[in-house]
Design a protein around this ligand. Sequence first.
Ligand SMILES: [Zn+2]
Length: 371
Amino acid sequence: MSRTMKAVVKTRPEPGAEWREVPVPIPRPDWVLVRVRATSVCGTDVHIFGWNRWAESRIGRDRLPQILGHEVAGEVVETGAQCSRISVGDYISAETHIYHPGDLQAMLGQRHIGERMKIVGVDHDGCFAEYFAVPESVCWVNDPAIPPELATVQEPMGNACYALLGEDCDVTGKTVAIFGDGPTALFATGIARAAGLTSIFVIGASPYALEIARRMGADHTLSISDTTVDRVQFVRDHTGGYGADIVLDMVGAPQAIKEGLEIIRKGGRFSAFGVSGSASVPIDYNNGIVFKGIQIHGISGRRIFDTWYRVRNLLASGRVDIRPIVTHLLPLDRFAEGFDIAMGNPRQCGKVVLFPDAAELSDARRRMGMV
Ligand SMILES: [Zn+2]
């Protein structure tokens, strides 16, 4: 193996990234080295690529240069001396929340939010590269029935799964209103359909993405630019007058959160996944939360490995077909174009998947009917 590789590197505390020749990482004793077959662009990567306020405070300029990316499907090519569960040749993806087993949260079954938890591509070098090193503890062996262009998105699909199912997984026969039209909202729509939710409302901005939402099984798509529809009333009218049992906020905008608290029925569950760009979000605490008796559940990451198990089975069985969401396949060296597509406003994409290897990309394009 050549000991250098190509990678997408954040080199300076300003928008952009560089396509650079860098050393292949040497895995620590309890880490593995992975040949990246496919990797996908996430909102977090967009924040880092654009170097916004969050990136400046969360990563900081002193850590640069750092390789971007955290969503991956690949083949293990080397294992550290202490690895025992994962072997060379395994086809894996990786949980990106690198948990610390000694954290209180980890001991209580909440590994994804442990105090010392680190995130791939944020606290460590990421996977927008030919090779990528990751702890064995977060590796997840993929079902071979799931091709790399789909296996790479299991991580955000796990967010969607967790946001929808919550802690009790009590969703069948219920109604859900999903705020947002990004990939995670679209994954949640497909899972909601498969999980037997009966009225699925998707509220978004992009006609392109709302069309994907309909293909994923949304019963009602509501555009925020359509001022002729009172969305709160519309949802009540279609839920026996109650409002939605479950609300997923996948936007984080104050207006979406306000509307979500109006749309949710009394005693419902509100999953808070969208990250607000505002310093504070005004809410009607008394009427929106207290007197409504709702639960609010913050979603940071996903249950490890509960959501991975469910998502793997949903994809491998074909119960959820996410191909309408995986809209763009590009070579990794065209990452800048991938970011442009992912940042487009209005949104003209679902998920953007990148491939370090040209043959892998053409196989994926053929499987997806994109030739
Ligand atoms: Zn992600």
